[in-house]
Design a protein around this ligand. Structure first.
Ligand SMILES: [Fe+2]
Length: 275
């Protein structure tokens, strides 16, 4: 299978270890491996045995069976068939930043041809090109978080589109041409006829948030297919907010992350080892 997950086994155990403030030696001892072996696993140069996967999962508070499926490359999310939405369309704009692919999105209201730009992926020209190709009218820029790989190019997008930019109140603010509009959990924004709800998903950053409309959610680096974004601020906040505010949604809701393929709430409940 074309294995397209953002994070491999090594990334997952590294994020879980660092997020829970556990030292490499502590984890290695508890899992019955050497610290050098753990380091090599985190750097993808050593494949774990099945027993080692389950031992590591236990000491890292991960789900062993789900972790094994990722370690053995047995799972990736089903590609989307149809969004099932007559009234909205999502366009993915993926391009490398610093060598790694980053996703930005257009959320289009089909009834009005209005569009929200979700993150910039540091590639404003690609976004402007897509707006032009699709013949849609940008009405807002929504930022899931302020990291440069998702916001560089914001001033250019603002200058070219004239759109207001929305970002969570608690998030550090990126370089901007105009006053940023602050949002909080529960705020509702309109994009054409679509109502977009802001939900808190902090942990990767202090004010990370997701944008939800109907059966799609734009989740930034809160959760990836089979993993989570680096828990830079708070592992517990990241796990809790994703579980409470995203994985509580219906199974069919499609999650569009800042890196890697889209997935669904149902897929993540069944396959993400962090939950
Ligand atoms: Fe990020």
């Amino acid at each position: 299978m074309a294995y397209g997950l953002e994070d491999e086994f090594g990334d997952i155990i590294g994020k879980a270890r660092r997020g829970q403030d556990l030292s490499a030696s502590e984890i290695a001892t508890a899992a019955g491996i050497t610290e050098a072996e753990l380091t090599r696993m985190e750097q993808y140069t050593l494949k774990p045995t099945e027993t080692q996967v389950f031992r590591l999962a236990e000491v890292l508070n991960l789900d062993g069976s789900k972790l094994l499926d990722i370690a053995t490359e047995r799972w990736e999310p089903e590609p989307p068939h149809q969004t099932g939405n007559a009234n909205l369309e999502v366009i993915t704009i993926s391009a490398p930043v610093g060598g790694w692919p980053v996703n930005a999105y257009l959320l289009i209201c089909k009834a009005t041809d209005d569009a929200a730009i979700i993150d910039t992926a540091a590639h404003p020209d690609l976004i402007l090109e897509q707006l032009d190709v699709r013949g849609v009218n940008p009405t807002a820029i929504l930022l899931t978080h302020a990291h440069g790989d998702h916001t560089n190019g914001l001033p250019k997008l603002q200058a070219e589109t004239g759109c207001d930019t929305y970002i969570h109140k608690n998030e550090p603010k990126p370089q901007s041409n105009s006053t940023l509009r602050e949002v909080v959990h529960g705020d509702v924004l309109s994009v054409g006829g679509l109502m977009v709800t802001v939900v808190n998903t902090p942990g990767h950053t202090t004010g990370g948030c997701s944008f939800l409309t109907q059966n799609v959610a734009f989740v930034g680096d809160a959760i990836f297919a089979g993993s989570v974004g680096g828990p830079n601020i708070s592992y517990q906040d990241e796990i809790d907010s994703v579980r409470d505010n995203l994985l509580s949604l219906p199974d069919t809701v499609r999650l569009f992350p800042g890196h890697g393929p889209s997935t669904t709430v149902g897929e993540e409940k069944s396959h993400n080892p962090f939950f």
